[in-house]
Design a protein around this ligand. Structure first.
Ligand SMILES: *Cc1c(COP(=O)(O)O)cnc(C)c1O
Length: 222
């Protein structure tokens, strides 16, 4: 596996999707999803130009972030992408720069109570209303956003969503389109959507942040 050429390939595909959509590549941030990936490969990805990393679990993120080279850490942004339990809030805030997976007002409140300066978050939306999946429902969002305004430190940057798992990425397009309309109607800036299987469609539909694991690090073994 060659991380360097994988990153190059992903960047090229991002650029092509931007071109198809008449967008600038500067509008799309690439976040490398590093769950199950050892810290040495995180450093390789950094060497290949990656500056944003995403983790799903606080404990795994802790080992990794504490193990990586200090220069890599201080020049990179770490995004929490997975469900955060309220008892893990203080570690989350100590380790991560952004929480993309705020899926309840309860979690938002716990985060805010542990903060003493501004901190960027995304609201996670379950755009296809899938059962058993985390995330706020689209209909809840306007009310939740109003509640967010009552917290002193949380800065809502945008929405994060995961498309349903389907065979053909074209089937996710309507959900991504819906997420974009929702983002616009709420007046938010960022839209984090698109993973290995569907990032090109996500970019065509307005994603500003793609979170990519397997296309960079290869197949996960778990
Ligand atoms: C694993 C994961 C990704 C990346 O998925 P790939 O299919 O490996 O690109 C993105 N976002 C979240 C929330 C994830 O858990």
């Amino acid at each position: 596996m060659c991380i360097e050429s994988n990153v190059e390939d992903v960047n090229r595909r991002i650029a092509q999707a931007c071109e198809r959509a008449g967008r600038s590549v500067a509008e799309v941030i690439l976040v490398a999803a590093t769950k199950t990936v050892p810290f040495q490969l995180v450093e390789r990805a950094y060497g290949a130009g990656i500056r944003h990393f995403g983790e799903n679990r606080v404990q795994e993120g802790k080992w990794k972030i504490e193990a990586i080279d200090i220069t890599v850490r201080s020049n990179s942004t770490w995004h929490m992408l997975g469900h955060v339990q309220t008892n893990k809030v203080s570690n989350t805030l100590r380790l991560f720069d952004v929480v993309q997976s705020v899926d309840s007002v309860r979690l938002a409140k716990a985060l805010d109570e542990h903060l003493d300066c501004d901190f960027p978050i995304f609201l996670e939306v379950n755009i296809a209303a899938e059962l058993g999946k985390t995330g706020l429902s689209a209909t809840q969002l306007p009310t939740v956003l109003d509640q967010m305004a009552t917290f002193s430190h949380l800065q809502v940057q945008g929405l994060m969503t995961m498309g349903p798992v389907v065979g053909d990425p074209e089937e996710v397009r309507p959900f991504f389109r819906q997420a974009r309309l929702l983002r616009d109607s709420l007046g938010l800036k960022q839209l984090s959507m698109g993973m290995t299987n569907d990032f090109e469609v996500a970019i065509e539909e307005g994603s500003t942040m793609v979170r990519i694991g397997r296309a960079i690090f290869g197949k996960r073994s778990y």
